[in-house]
Design a protein around this ligand. Structure first.
Ligand code: SF4
Ligand code: SF4
Length: 377
């Protein structure tokens, strides 16, 4: 049986979070069950972009502070690392409030720059992962619960994509990102290569709508913890009211029989699951390619799935989206963004990383037509 602990924490008040995290971990044996004196413990928060904590894009700094405190109290050496989607780790840590926490607690900020090659265990032959991620004695995953335009939800498993360094992320989007089911398998393989010993989810304030970078903060008032990231995601999705058929990672985990995907083998402890559900508004993205064979998916993507479009008034023409686009499907021409929608793999990295929230989504033409016909009935 996998155990997922659920604890109510109503705000990011420092003392509330610290005490809440202790209660959260007690049914799992406390931090001492995961960290031994002298262990170098890598804490992996969500450091997607340089956003302030109120935007709910990154793991809240008070959650990081509480986790560092417990690691240090158990005798561990706390390291904090990630590979942000945009900007250097120092800039992201500073803006998100995590740098101050690192400095005040005496932890060490670790940039994911150097990589090491590891053999894949499934459909992908090799991965290059951040060396500090592979070399740490223990990994503690600190994801933020958010909706996700490409994968519907990001939580414990998806947060570990940060172990892929900087620009290599775009390469993986290109290799596997055109097909969400394949991308989910890739995420699971990364998780299985180096599973964290513990996952602690920041769901005090989650993100709903067009996450993971442009959604709206949504108070959920919870911390979740568990040793199995897949099982934790299953419970997080239940709390968030996300239908299982939209959870690509969970579907892939069930198909591949990855440990943690069987709901009958997950128990929850702490707060009553039925009393803490807070449905999250899902991203405004349509993708009706489920079940189609890959060659049809590629041909029909243009007509069936939503696509990114420029919001003229908000766009600063900074070029961040163009530079981040895995298949190079964006150009800046005559003072406008020009998209090549036939190359676009609908990964929505452009929306995720745009610093000005200047990209919108528009439904595919076939979906618009279906909707018009329905309205005309
Ligand atoms: S859409 Fe955003 S990221 Fe792209 S050029 Fe405009 S402001 Fe920059
Ligand atoms: S245009 Fe945006 S959604 Fe399309 S491939 Fe590029 S980054 Fe991904």
């Amino acid at each position: 049986m996998h155990r997922v602990s659920i604890e109510r924490v109503g705000s990011y008040d420092r003392e509330l979070v610290r005490a809440g995290m202790e209660r959260l971990l007690a049914p799992l044996g406390g931090m001492g069950a995961f960290v031994s004196p002298g262990d170098r413990v890598l804490l992996k928060p969500n450091m997607l972009a340089a956003k302030t904590p109120d935007k709910a894009v990154t793991t809240h700094p008070e959650l990081l502070r509480a986790a560092i405190g417990l690691v240090q109290a158990a005798g561990g050496i706390a390291l904090v690392g990630d590979s942000p989607g945009i900007g250097g780790i120092r800039k992201v840590a500073e803006r998100s409030g995590m740098l101050a926490v690192v400095e005040e607690t005496g932890a060490e900020l670790v940039a994911f720059e150097e990589t090491e090659e590891v053999a894949g265990s499934g459909m992908f032959r090799r991965f290059e992962l951040a060396r500090p991620y592979l070399e740490a004695d223990r990994i503690i995953n600190l994801p933020k619960l958010k909706t996700h335009e490409m994968m519907t939800m990001t939580c414990a498993v998806k947060n570990l994509f940060g172990a892929v360094v900087g620009t290599a992320k775009a390469g993986w989007h290109l290799k596997a990102g055109a097909d969400r089911e394949q991308f989910a398998r890739m995420l699971l393989e990364i998780y299985l290569l180096r599973p964290p010993v513990l996952n602690i989810v920041d769901a005090v304030v989650a993100m709903e709508g067009n996450g993971p970078g442009s959604g709206d903060p949504k108070p959920v008032g919870l911390l979740l913890a568990g040793t199995n990231a897949v099982a934790l995601d299953v419970i997080a999705a239940e709390i968030a009211g996300i239908p299982r058929n939209l959870l690509y990672v969970e579907r892939a985990a069930r198909e591949l029989r990855v440990d943690g995907a069987d709901r009958n083998r997950i128990e929850t402890v702490g707060a009553d699951l039925d009393e803490v559900r807070v449905p999250l508004r899902l991203p405004h993205i349509s993708d009706v390619q489920f079940g189609l064979p890959p060659f049809l998916k590629n041909r029909l993507r243009h007509y069936l799935t939503s696509r990114p479009v420029q919001k003229d008034e908000a766009c600063a023409l900074c070029g961040v989206c163009r530079d981040a686009c895995p298949p190079r499907a964006i150009e800046i021409r005559d003072g406008r963004l020009v998209f090549d929608y036939h190359s676009c793999i609908r990964c929505f990295c452009c929306r995720e990383l745009c610093p000005h929230n200047a990209l919108d989504v528009r439904e595919g033409s076939a979906m618009r037509l279906v909707r018009r016909l329905r309205r005309g009935r």
